[in-house]
Design a protein around this ligand. Structure first.
Ligand code: TTP
Ligand code: MG
Length: 358
């Protein structure tokens, strides 16, 4: 069956989040990474805004070099925990639209939308809808590539960044790939690139025209795959990660607290979010764990395991409240609360409703 795959990749992800949180940085070169320490800093650039890229700054570049290129840039430390939470929100949006969903990094995911849309026209509409929803809810832009497989979708999402939308229909694959440098194929690093260059191969088109046997004798198994990729053939499935062990959320209070209403409200918010994640990922859970960090950073966990698997929100919420009670009687204020469920059971593919299990 012909597939339609979307690849979604957020634009200059970490720095775009920083700009969103600090509007005064808009339009400025923003560099997220190690501390430049006036040019003497060690470590590297995680990412930077497109304004900074115009000056030649790139991910992975030593921070000292970035400082030399634009000393007046806004340099910020990496706030990974925060970006991860934003990422979770975005993945939650994306997942709704996919028949099969695979997150591949903090800011990118594949969506197999076969069956959800009937042709590329509809896929384009869907992509616009996704972009609009991310913009509206998270105030961030992304680039989307649409194609008949992961390879084409991935490359397509990259060619019109930022805020791009690139559609490559099956009959356009060959002309789309041909002129691109071999480096655009994921997995082709400097080493493969150099060997190919020695043979006079620079573009994907040239690679596609090569004798497959020759590539196999040069690179072994990878040569075989490389040739197929160059021809635009990629049968890799969009796969959900099946090995998830637990699902959880946590939050740190603005000010440490012992105020019961504040604590209960936060617990309710956390349980609601965890519950939404479970439903979306189609899991049932058996064990509930509460995590509490006090103002002096001592950290406690309290767990309860149920007799049967469930997805019931009321159960989750009342057990979490129960587990939290002992901490309200302590003298120390609470700094952080976390709710996690484990002992997960995936609901069968043909099982569409959670109702039977609650
Ligand atoms: P990318 O998607 O590669 O980069 P990006 O989102 O910043 O920019 P683009 O618009 O080109 O997609 O990576 C996602 C995030 O991962 C990025 O914001 C920061 C982090 N990252 C690093 O920390 N180090 C790295 O070397 C790279 C490439 C990314
Ligand atoms: Mg990105």
């Amino acid at each position: 069956m012909m597939r339609i795959i979307l690849h979604v990749d957020m634009d200059s992800f970490f720095s775009s989040i920083e700009v969103r949180e600090n509007p005064e940085y808009a339009g400025k070169p923003v560099i997220v990474g190690a501390d430049p320490k006036g040019g003497k800093g060690r470590g590297v650039v995680s990412t930077c805004s497109y304004e900074a890229r115009r000056h030649g700054v790139r991910s992975g570049m030593p921070i000292s070099k970035a400082y030399r290129l634009i000393p007046h840039a806004v340099f910020l430390p990496v706030n990974y925990e925060f970006y991860r939470r934003v990422s979770q929100n975005i993945m939650a949006i994306l997942q709704k639209y996919a028949y099969k969903f695979q997150q591949v990094s903090i800011d990118e995911a594949y969506l197999d939308v076969t069956g959800k849309v009937k042709d590329y026209k509809e896929a384009e509409k869907l992509a616009k809808k996704i972009k609009a929803e991310i913009k509206r809810k998270e105030k961030l832009t992304c680039s989307i590539g649409i194609g008949p497989n992961k390879l084409v979708a991935k490359i397509a999402s990259d060619v019109n960044k930022p805020n791009g939308l690139t559609i490559v229909k099956p009959e356009e694959v060959s002309q789309f790939l041909s002129p691109l440098p071999v480096r655009c194929i994921p997995g082709v690093g400097p080493k493969t690139e150099a060997i190919l260059k020695d043979k006079g191969i620079k573009t994907i088109g040239q690679l596609a025209e090569m004798d497959g046997q020759l590539l196999i004798s040069e690179f072994g198994r990878w040569g075989y795959e490389l040739h197929r990729l160059a021809l635009g053939i990629d049968e890799r499935e969009v796969r959900e990660r099946k090995d998830q062990k637990s699902i959880g959320r946590e939050t740190t209070f603005e000010h440490d607290t012992l105020e019961p209403s504040e604590i209960y409200n936060t617990l309710d918010e956390l349980t609601k979010k965890v519950s939404e994640d479970i439903q979306r990922k189609r899991y049932l859970y058996r064990t509930i764990t509460l995590k509490v960090r006090l103002e002096d950073f001592t950290t406690y966990t309290r767990s309860r395991t149920l007799e049967h698997h469930t997805s019931n929100l009321t159960t989750l919420s009342s057990i979490v409240r129960d587990l939290s009670r002992e901490f309200l009687d302590k003298e120390k204020k609470i700094r952080l609360l976390g709710v996690r469920v484990s002992g997960l059971l995936k609901i069968g593919e043909n099982q569409t409703s959670l109702a039977d299990f609650s």
